[in-house]
Design a binder for this molecule. Structure first.
Ligand code: B1M
Length: 213
């Protein structure tokens, strides 16, 4: 197995080369490389490098967006292999990035990992208002609501959603999990969430744990 291919994926991603990212991701998979390794050491590591360069003002929003699209091209190759057909879902998860927040890369990874772990996913997308979460939770048989936030300014929308679910009489019917770069266990506790996960892999463990509670 060729570990250099992960380096090639990272480099193609940082160049924003969608075709190369998709091609190399497919190649790595065909070589038998575990999907988790391709994700962690290829796509996610590449995006982390982009994040660091963005933070250091070495690159700007357009480059970040192009890299994000390249990352999605890689994820699209892996996603079908996460889903094991014919297996009963562990539970149903309603997921979204909260109101005021357009970041969806982490949320999509969490969503994909949960799907791969046999959860049924209903993805409401980005900029999801508390009301939209509440309406969806009312109309569907949901086990877990999973909220993502990448901005300190959007984190409070998580609190608003939890309060809204309480007012709608739904709070005891669902478990609530929160995450995203600025979110901490302390914050999750302070807004009355049932669980927090710092990354996508932990989110899968947390979701499984919440179903048992
Ligand atoms: Co923006 N951005 N961004 N951005 N962006 C950050 C988040 C920022 C930290 C950059 C910085 O200043 N250093 C900063 C936030 C500061 C803060 O509030 N603390 C920031 C800002 C300020 C902004 C704008 C305001 C910039 C502007 O316009 N002036 C603007 C806001 C727009 C809006 O949302 N209203 C903005 C815009 C954008 C882009 C559109 C250009 C783009 C988003 C593209 C997209 O998502 N489709 C973007 C990006 C890409 C970033 C950075 C560079 C990378 C984020 C990312 O995708 N990381 C980011 C800087 C950085 O992180 N270094 C930055 C990779 C991803 C895999 O990680 O999302 O953390 P992450 O997800 C992880 C975990 O957090 C966790 O699992 C994931 C996988 O392990 N996780 C969960 C996430 N959700 C979870 C949910 C769970 C559990 C775990 O349970 C439910």
């Amino acid at each position: 197995m060729d570990g250099n291919i992960l380096k090639d994926i990272r480099e193609a991603l940082t160049r924003g080369d969608r075709a190369a990212v998709a091609g190399l991701t497919g190649q790595a998979f065909d070589q038998g490389m575990p999907v988790k390794d391709i994700m962690d050491s290829g796509l996610i590591a590449g995006m982390e490098a982009i994040g660091k360069r963005f933070k250091a003002n070495e690159i700007f929003i357009p480059e970040v967006l192009i890299a994000a699209k390249a990352m999605h091209a890689g994820i699209a190759i892996l996603e079908p292999h996460f889903t094991k057909s014919g297996i009963k879902p562990l539970g149903k998860v309603l997921i979204g990035t909260v109101k005021g927040d357009l970041h969806d890369i982490g949320k999509n990874i969490v969503s994909m990992m949960l799907r791969g772990a046999c959860f049924e996913i209903d993805d409401l997308g980005i900029d999801v208002s508390p009301q939209k979460f509440i309406d969806a939770a009312k109309s569907k048989d949901i086990d877990i609501i999973a909220m993502s936030s990448l901005l300190t300014t959007s984190m409070n929308a998580m609190r608003d959603t939890i309060n809204g679910l309480g007012a709608a009489g739904l709070r005891d019917k669902v478990k609530i999990m929160v995450g995203g770069a600025p979110v901490t266990q302390e914050f999750a506790d302070s807004i009355g969430a049932d669980g927090f996960a710092k990354d996508a892999a932990t989110a899968v463990d947390k979701a499984k744990e919440l179903l048992k509670r």
